[in-house]
Ligand binder design. Structure first.
Ligand SMILES: Cc1cc2nc3c(=O)[nH]c(=O)nc-3n(C[C@H](O)[C@H](O)[C@H](O)COP(=O)(O)OP(=O)(O)OC[C@H]3O[C@@H](n4cnc5c(N)ncnc54)[C@H](O)[C@@H]3O)c2cc1C
Ligand code: FES
Length: 259
């Protein structure tokens, strides 16, 4: 697939927000799915050879957005792409989140892990859920799109490790144990997801997490994105790109994940 860049906005020195036009993609995609994208626009340049995976952040009738954090070569190249350019990407990939109805939801996002939770919040709101967003970052520079989340969330709790925005500390210290939560959706750094899964296990809450394993193909062929699961007495392997990236967090063997 390909699409025109509607905007590629610099949010600060670390984060960009991009919109791509493509109606066909939007008709097919679901919250929690991702896509593999070329990180530059020229067919004759083959470096980086591999496309990079990104979560679908938001959609409207004309196209979709991605929130990206500058990490290395590919994401640095993305920042140079100008409005009006044409970029190549895959169809929507992976399984996506399972949407519940009429429930009390906690969305828990850390850093750029907030990206797939916006489209999710939009779809959950249509299903009569009440939604609390817990959003954490190292500093205020990691907190974005809050006004967009306000359209769908009944309450938003923000924390930063340096106290520059919201409450000071880690987001995992903010969950209100007295509040009833029927389901948690979580995406962020692995230690934060692991702590959230422990909270869910202790309080018997259903939890789905979205993992961002390194991916080379995105379609199940290279086996580069294997995640380990504990099922009864055996260890089961699943491909994050096909069987995931969204999984029941309580089944993952967290000790075997990098990071
Ligand atoms: C499902 C999913 C959703 C994601 N959603 C987002 C998002 O919404 N926003 C966002 O900012 N990031 C997202 N990421 C992470 C994003 O894909 C990486 O930050 C990006 O690939 C880094 O690429 P880079 O070229 O800038 O960095 P590089 O420096 O090239 O890569 C960073 C590191 O990853 C390794 N690596 C890079 N590509 C591959 C590969 N294909 N296979 C194996 N190793 C590789 C490199 O060796 C290096 O160690 C997501 C990842 C996944 C799997
Ligand atoms: S990225 Fe190749 S199998 Fe998942």
């Amino acid at each position: 697939m390909e699409g025109k860049i509607v905007f590629n906005k610099r949010l600060n020195s670390k984060y960009y927000y991009m919109k791509i036009e493509n109606r066909e993609f939007v008709k097919k995609c679901k919250p929690g799915q991702f896509f593999m994208m070329k990180t530059q626009i020229f067919d004759y340049i083959i470096d980086p050879l591999l496309r990079r995976p990104f979560g679908i952040c938001d959609v409207d009738d004309n196209g979709f957005t991605l929130l990206y954090l500058i990490v290395g070569k590919g994401t640095n190249l993305l920042t140079n792409i100008k409005e009006g350019s044409i970029i190549k990407f895959s169809e929507p990939l992976g399984n996506g989140f399972k949407l519940v109805e009429s429930s009390k939801i906690a969305l828990i996002g850390g850093g750029v892990g907030i990206a797939p939770l916006l489209y999710l919040a939009k779809e959950l709101k249509k299903k009569n859920n009440s939604i609390v967003l817990y959003y954490g970052g190292k500093s205020k520079d990691d907190i974005h799109l809050v006004d967009e989340f306000k359209k769908y969330c009944d309450k938003i709790e923000i924390s930063t490790e340096d106290g520059s925005l919201g409450k000071k500390g880690r987001i995992t210290t903010l969950f209100d144990k007295e509040e009833i939560i029927d389901k948690i959706y979580c995406c962020g750094p692995k230690p934060m997801m692991k702590a959230t899964v422990n909270f869910a296990l202790k309080n018997k809450i259903n939890i789905e997490v979205s993992l961002d394993e390194k991916m080379a193909c995105g379609i199940g062929a290279c086996l580069g994105c294997i995640v380990y699961f504990k099922e009864k007495d055996s260890v089961v392997q699943k491909r994050c790109c096909v069987e995931g990236p969204v999984f029941d967090g309580t089944k993952i063997d967290w000790e075997k994940l990098d990071g």
